[in-house]
Design a protein around this ligand. Structure first.
Ligand SMILES: [Cu+2]
Length: 137
């Protein structure tokens, strides 16, 4: 800009129109930035409910030597996770060996994705009286 200044122009003249311009630019840039932030915030908020298919993820708790809920129906493709809340170790083992966890200590999780429809009976291999059923439709 200073290179384009005529040699005869007084310094007072050129300084006056020059100073408001960067202020306007700075303000409009700040406004643009604020607007961009709002867009990001709005998009971010609307994006949060989008992982609704994640509701296909279901948790079964293991507590007081039982699975809760004992029986559950989930859609094909659902991921089921078991979480052991007992201080005692438990396992999740399907009766026909479709899935099997190792020993789950307290607060450990085991996760399995059901990709085929069917009825899956399972039990804790340490405490065979602990049984549960997953129905996949
Ligand atoms: Cu057990």
């Amino acid at each position: 800009m200073s290179a384009a200044e005529p040699a005869f122009a007084g310094s007072e003249r050129t300084q006056l129109p020059r100073s408001p311009e960067p202020v306007i630019r700075r303000v409009s840039r700040a406004l643009l930035f604020a607007f961009a932030l709002m867009v990001v915030a709005v998009c971010g908020r609307s994006a949060t409910p989008t992982p609704a298919p994640e509701s296909a993820q279901t948790t079964i708790t293991i507590q007081n030597f039982s699975f809760s809920p004992v029986s559950m129906t989930v859609p094909v493709g659902a991921t089921v996770s078991w979480k052991n809340l007992d201080g005692e170790p438990h396992t999740v083992r399907s009766v026909d060996e479709q899935f099997r966890s190792g020993a789950l200590d307290q607060n450990d999780r085991f996760t399995f994705k059901f990709v085929k429809a069917g009825t899956y009976k399972y039990a804790c291999s340490i405490h065979p009286q602990m049984v549960g059923t997953i129905v996949v439709k």
